[in-house]
Design a protein around this ligand. Structure first.
Ligand code: C2E
Ligand code: MG
Ligand code: MG
Ligand code: MG
Length: 283
């Protein structure tokens, strides 16, 4: 477009860039006030054992109910929150929201203490000074074993070595909470790091399994990825399973755990207990 209008018209783009910047800072301000006025909430999506259909985990996923925009999904505002540092407050809020919620579920759902709560953690949150005290303190206050909490962290963060972030991760692990690599296969992963991770589980990104049902080549590829993860001594959870066909294929490939719309979309907290009333069909 710029070319067809000629070089002299390049300044035409200036106003829209300015608008984009203004739009972003307006959204950042709205997000901050949204956080303060209770517009954020957590939805929960089950992680399922494919062979039995049993729920083995719940991933907390933030939602923003904006007064005019309606429901805003995290892909729109988490990157903005990360750029502006607001993610630190969102993360603090998410822990304060999810752990008491888990405590309540522990009291009413049979076997709940074997179900792990997954919380996403952004890189910037690892540098929050009170993160370790906050995690340890909230777990103690809620009477939750550290082993019931899992942090999902993207691979780029886990790859950093000998940094402050790495030390925090080691200390989080030392508390007894689980660490999992999120979105495996989308970052700049070098497979050599897989064997030296401070994590025990890898969440395979949904983009890797698209087409697995129809495409034999894709199936072979996913089989190899799963084998790679196993050979590094790690567990795999495959994300983004949308059909029974995909679930069945993955199970054939030896995948033990999965997550996706096929089992359940993320649901509000008050819909979680009913998820436990019946197991999902085995893949
Ligand atoms: P993620 O941690 O990889 O979460 C999985 C995303 O995939 C979620 O999107 C979930 O709704 C979606 N998903 C699950 N199953 C399926 C499926 O079968 N098909 C498709 N197409 N999508 C599926 P969501 O909730 O929009 O979250 C997007 C990302 O935002 C998350 O990706 C995570 O990186 C980030 N995020 C969400 N909540 C938080 C939070 O509390 N803190 C931080 N730091 N990041 C968060
Ligand atoms: Mg995640
Ligand atoms: Mg993911
Ligand atoms: Mg993701």
């Amino acid at each position: 477009v710029a070319k067809s209008r000629g070089r002299n018209n390049v300044q035409l783009f200036a106003p829209s860039m300015l608008e984009a910047t203004q739009e972003r800072s307006r959204m950042a301000a709205e997000l901050r006030s949204g956080l303060e006025t209770g517009q954020l909430s957590l939805y929960y999506q089950p992680v399922v054992a494919l062979a039995t259909g049993r729920i083995i985990g719940l991933e907390a996923l933030v939602r923003w109910r904006h007064p005019e925009r309606g429901m805003v999904l995290p892909d729109t505002f988490i990157p903005l929150a990360e750029e502006t540092g607001l993610i630190v407050d969102i993360g603090r809020w998410a822990l304060a929201e999810a752990l008491p919620q888990l405590k309540a579920w522990n009291a009413v759902v049979p076997g709940m203490r074997d179900v792990k709560l997954h919380v996403n953690l952004s890189a910037a949150e690892l540098l929050r000074k009170d993160l370790l005290d906050d995690v340890a303190g909230t777990l103690t206050r809620c009477g939750i074993a550290p082993e019931q909490l899992v942090f999902e962290i993207t691979e780029t963060v886990l790859m950093t070595r000998e940094t402050e972030e790495a030390q925090v991760l080691a200390k989080l692990g030392g508390l007894g909470v689980g660490l999992q690599i999120d979105d495996f296969g989308t970052g700049y992963s070098s497979i050599s790091y897989l064997r030296s991770l401070p994590a025990d589980t890898v969440k395979v990104d949904q983009s890797l399994i698209k087409g697995i049902d129809a495409d034999e080549g894709q199936r072979d590829f996913v089989a190899a990825v799963l084998q790679l993860i196993r050979s590094a001594g790690l567990q795999a959870i495959v994300e983004g399973i949308e059909t029974g066909g995909e679930a069945g294929r993955l199970r054939e490939l030896g995948c033990v755990y999965g997550q996706g719309f096929h089992f359940s979309r993320p649901v509000p907290a008050d819909a979680v207990v009913s998820l436990f009333n019946a197991d999902f069909p085995p893949a």
